[in-house]
Design a protein around this ligand. Structure first.
Ligand SMILES: Nc1ncnc2c1ncn2[C@@H]1O[C@H](COP(=O)(O)OP(=O)(O)OP(=O)(O)O)[C@@H](O)[C@H]1O
Ligand SMILES: [Mg+2]
Length: 646
């Protein structure tokens, strides 16, 4: 039975004037189990024919059948499968992968077959032992002699069964003794039932085959049969067919291993490639963390203005020059507002500057007349004593709460001034409480604040019922913007015109939030540019890597790697570089954050898990996007061209 049938095969190389006719109408049938030697002078087309038989190359015209199946109709993956399962290649220059140990080199075809790693390595070791390489399993090709390397490549050819062994000048690079040894092995394989096709220009070697085909200028000129020894395969060469899932899995693991190897064997280059990604990711994450910190700081500041409160001030706005003098707000406004259902309470505020006298000390201070809820609304905590009560507000009691600064300035020698009497603008006030030191930003640490009930400030100290502002606290569950609108229309109706303006802490909060979010987005967007630049760097290096390893790609394809396997290998490498870069970038930015937070008090970078996950996702995406093109290039290589590259 013919395992190989070539009919009217023609092969041309080149185009136009350079077009050469290398194989001319070749008809050839090779019987299963035969041992055929192809001889001819250099340049006669032996290798070309061999490569067509081994499905590494395609003929320009003609029909080629393996086991009766037309090869010309197969796609690239089916050809890869044929190379993987049916053929075993032995090359003149061994073509082992230099970074793999002997056993891994021999086992490689089984990886693409999907053979279990354990079984695979056992089988490779057994094959190598049978070729007297039992003590060289862990050696890399450069630690082996030429003859030993050729035996490793024979083991590799047999790994998946090697029904048809294609040997192109297997002894060409060997000394005569090693060459003889290799020929012994090949003759043995013939006896075990393998079909052998051997290319040589040495008639002495050809003489050991059963059939000798001579080829000259692309034509078969002689076909002599010396013996008709056909050996039945003692046992059918092992066919190790695995599920597609296993094949995917082992090919993935192989790719992962190779990628890690490739990255580690070019450490400096990998690191430099990653640098763009590292810087990009670190800046994105840090910028977001800084943005978070800024936002939080501003929020703190706004929160110290009170929660869910609306301040109503006289005048048209902060810029209104008259606003200090206009007194359009009245106590009655406040009283009116406090009766509204959507308002929890409203208190007038009165600000009086004046002299504070205690003992021989006279100081300038600001006194604020406020309601009893003021401390709660503004989030001011009491360190000593108490705040004044509702009753005291109603009765305009002569009591005062002072802040920490005032205590330090006025009562330097008295840590607990509760019960002491101070004189403000000639009016005595009993100190009933001291507030906690205020750390919120924007609070000048030098200003001294004294709070009394607004009634006291108005009637007892100022002597008028002018007020400076009204603080309204909106009831819970009421939308503060709605409340603001209602208050505006009510007060406008009461006054006959809008002679006031309002500050709604909620609106400010929202504005600040949207502004800082936009700033974060903007700066992060700029940082993303560096990520793109980094991605281009990765793409560049991957292109170099593919070029450098073209021969490796050719070898892998020759022993059965599919396009997808090659694509995957380079894609994984690119993704790995990017993920690693992303990881280092995140670490770097955490380190920056740590250093920053150690040196800066009360302002710390805040890292969000979301930004870190996003950053890692980004770097993976970059790996895929920028790694795809080089990987695709690699997988599109023609096996024979790739093999021929240096
Ligand atoms: N990729 C190619 N492009 C153009 N011409 C080619 C290509 N490959 C081979 N050839 C030409 O085809 C002819 C046959 O080459 P081939 O490699 O088959 O020769 P060979 O018989 O194997 O020779 P050798 O004994 O030196 O290995 C040669 O003339 C060679 O120049
Ligand atoms: Mg050749």
């Amino acid at each position: 039975m013919n395992i190989i049938e070539l009919k009217q095969i023609n092969k041309f190389y080149g185009e136009g004037n350079n077009r050469v006719h290398v194989l001319k109408n070749v008809d050839l049938a090779i019987e299963k189990g035969d041992f055929v030697a192809i001889i001819g002078q250099s340049g006669s087309g032996k290798s070309t024919m061999m490569n067509i038989i081994g499905c590494l190359d395609v003929p320009t015209s003609g029909s080629y059948k393996i086991n009766g199946v037309e090869v010309g109709k197969m796609d690239k993956d089916q050809l890869a499968e044929l190379r993987c399962k049916t053929f075993g290649f032995i090359f003149q220059r061994y073509n082992l992968l230099t970074n793999l140990k002997a056993v891994d080199n021999a086992a490689l075809p089984a990886v693409y077959m999907g053979m279990d790693a354990g079984i695979r390595n056992q089988r490779a070791a057994r094959l190598l032992k049978s070729l007297e390489l039992g003590d060289k399993l862990r050696n890399k090709p450069n630690e082996l002699s030429g003859g030993q390397q050729q035996r490793v490549s024979i083991a590799r050819a047999l790994m998946n069964g090697g029904e048809v062994i294609l040997a192109d000048e297997p002894t060409g690079a060997l000394d005569s003794k090693s060459g003889e040894r290799v020929m012994e092995i090949i003759k043995d394989l013939h006896k075990q039932g393998h079909t052998i096709i051997l290319v040589t220009h040495d008639s002495h070697i050809a003489a050991q085959a059963s059939r000798i085909i001579e080829i000259k200028d692309g034509e078969i000129v002689a076909d002599t049969r010396k013996s008709s020894e056909i050996y039945e395969a003692a046992k059918q060469p092992e066919q190790i067919t695995r599920s597609r899932i296993d094949a995917l899995k082992y090919s993935f693991l192989e790719s992962l291993g190779m990628s890690i190897y490739a990255i580690l064997s070019n450490k400096m280059r990998s690191l430099l490639t990653m640098l763009g990604i590292i810087i990009g990711i670190a800046s994105v994450v840090s910028v977001v963390a800084l943005g978070n910190a800024t936002q939080e700081k501003i929020m703190q500041q706004i929160n110290s203005m009170g929660t869910n409160t609306i301040d109503i001030m006289p005048g048209r706005g902060f810029g209104d020059r008259r606003s200090g003098r206009v007194k359009t707000l009245k106590v009655s406004d406040s009283e009116y507002l406090s009766k509204l259902s959507f308002i929890a309470n409203a208190t007038p505020n009165v600000t009086v500057s004046g002299n504070l006298v205690y003992g021989n000390n006279t100081l300038t201070a600001t006194l604020r007349g406020v309601g009893d809820e003021y401390f709660d609304v503004k989030g001011k905590d009491i360190a000593l004593g108490r705040i004044f009560s509702k009753n005291e507000v109603t009765n305009a009691a002569a009591v005062a709460v002072i802040d920490d600064n005032t205590r330090n300035e006025v009562f330097a020698n008295n840590p607990n001034p509760v019960g002491e009497i101070i004189i403000f603008n000639k009016k005595p006030l009993t100190v009933v409480g001291v507030t906690e030191k205020d750390n919120s930003p924007g609070m000048s640490s030098e200003s001294m604040n004294i709070w009394t009930p607004y009634t006291t400030a108005m009637y007892k100290i100022n002597g008028t019922n002018d007020i400076n502002s009204i603080t309204v606290r909106v009831s819970d569950n009421i939308n503060s913007q709605m409340a603001e609108k209602s208050i505006e229309s009510i007060l406008t109706a009461l006054h006959g015109k809008k002679d006031f303006f309002m500050i709604n802490t909620d609106s400010i909060k929202q504005t600040v939030e949207t502004t800082t979010n936009m700033m974060k987005l903007l700066i992060a967007g700029i940082a993303v540019i560096s990520l793109i630049v980094g991605g281009i760097g990765v793409m560049n290096i991957m292109l170099v890597s593919v070029t450098e390893r073209t021969r490796e790609i050719g070898i892998r394809m020759a022993i059965g790697a599919k396009q997808a396997d090659i694509l995957q290998q380079f894609l994984i490498e690119a993704i790995l570089i990017c993920i690693l870069g992303g990881f280092i970038g995140v670490m770097l930015s955490l380190f920056i954050g740590w250093a920053f937070n150690t040196f800066s008090e009360d302002f710390g970078m805040i890292f969000s898990t979301a930004s870190i996950i996003l950053a890692l996702g980004c770097s993976t995406a970059i790996g895929i996007i920028f790694g795809y093109m080089p990987a695709k290039n690699a997988s599109n290589l023609n096996p024979i061209d790739a093999l021929a590259s240096e």
